[in-house]
Ligand binder design. Structure first.
Ligand code: UDP
Length: 321
């Protein structure tokens, strides 16, 4: 039995593949639009193709004995989703619907879905549980919530079973130093700060200083990518053992750090000083997003292993290579 990892050549997908290899047979499906060939694990089978391509999916589900699909293949930039909503509804919703249709057709029952804290919009609490109401404020968050809703309906009507994982801010790099966070163009805070500290960017722009947070900059919950990877594997094994079925779980560290605090920790880890420019808010950004991950801890025993210092140190080791 194999696991199909859609988006396995991307940042979080490639780190999850690395954790899966040795335990499970892995097939990666990726169209390499935002993923990179060097992130394709050499111990996995690789199919280059689109998620929404029925012929490709038929081929994969026929050729390999797929037991589960881990679905990382999505566009995931809040700002871009505001500018290009059709791209987000097309890639994140329509293509996923094709994938789900093909899973049902081929009798593939287990689905692990990468969702996001962006489904919560501007939460009415500083500490977000899965009970916190969903009211996304950008097309990215809406596209993910739509898939969550589709999953609930499809699971009621078919044998498909799922776990939805709502990531907070993924960061850090694999301990091997072989893979890490890279996007093109890069828009995420920690890689941008580290690239600047390495002299690859002139300065850092901090988006907004008038948020309702202790220092006025946005507060986020940063979680190590390897901790996200381990949650996927636990979720899959939990589905197989029937410990969980059709659940949604938050994945975060439970601690919030402001943009300014992140810059300070990056300075400390790198031993360098940043040049910071304070600019306008970025559209679509809520002030504070911090997770309670109690539910997945109780259901599956998941607990993050890496704190912020370790996350940034691992990212620094990767970026300085
Ligand atoms: N951010 C920033 N400058 C940058 C990139 C990000 O001030 O160059 C802020 C962004 O507005 C948000 C936080 O850093 O408040 C984290 O943003 P990121 O894009 O890393 O992740 P997101 O929260 O959008 O998933």
């Amino acid at each position: 039995m194999a696991i199909l990892v859609c988006g396995g050549a991307g940042y979080i997908g490639s780190h999850t593949v690395k954790e899966l290899i040795g335990k499970y047979e892995v097939v990666i499906l990726d169209n390499l639009t935002t993923g990179f060939p060097y992130l394709v694990n050499e111990n996995a089978a690789f199919v280059e193709g689109d998620l929404g391509d029925e012929a490709v999916l038929d081929r994969v589900f026929t050729e390999y004995n797929i037991d589960a699909v881990f679905h990382f293949a999505a566009n995931s930039l809040v700002g871009e989703s505001v500018q290009e909503p059709i791209k987000y509804y097309s890639n994140n919703v329509s293509a996923t619907l094709v994938l789900l249709e093909k899973m049902v057709e081929h009798g593939v029952k287990n689905f692990i879905f990468s969702s996001t804290a962006a489904t919560y919009g501007i939460p009415d609490t500083d500490f977000i549980t899965e009970q916190t109401s969903n009211d996304p404020i950008n097309p990215y968050g809406r596209s993910k919530l739509m898939v969550e809703q589709m999953l609930a309906d499809i699971a009621r009507a078919t044998d498909l079973r799922y776990v939805i994982l709502r990531y907070f801010n993924a960061a850090g790099a694999h301990e091997s130093g072989e893979i890490g966070e890279s996007h093109n163009p890069e828009t995420h805070l920690i890689p941008i700060v580290l690239q600047h500290l390495l002299g690859q960017r002139e300065k850092i722009a901090v988006f907004g200083t008038d948020y309702d947070t202790p220092d006025g900059t946005c507060v986020r919950d940063y979680i190590h990518v390897t901790d996200l990877a381990s949650a996927h594997i636990l979720a899959y094994e939990g589905l197989v053992s029937r410990k969980v079925s059709n659940e949604v779980f938050n994945l975060g560290n439970g601690a919030g750090y402001s943009v300014s605090e992140i810059i300070r920790v990056c300075e400390r880890v790198s031993g360098k000083t940043a040049t910071v420019e304070y600019v306008e808010r970025r559209p679509g950004d809520p002030a504070t997003l911090v997770a309670s991950s109690d539910k997945i801890n109780k259901a599956l025993g998941w607990r993050p292993q890496f704190n912020l210092e370790e996350i940034i140190s691992s990212a620094w080791r990767w970026h300085s290579k």
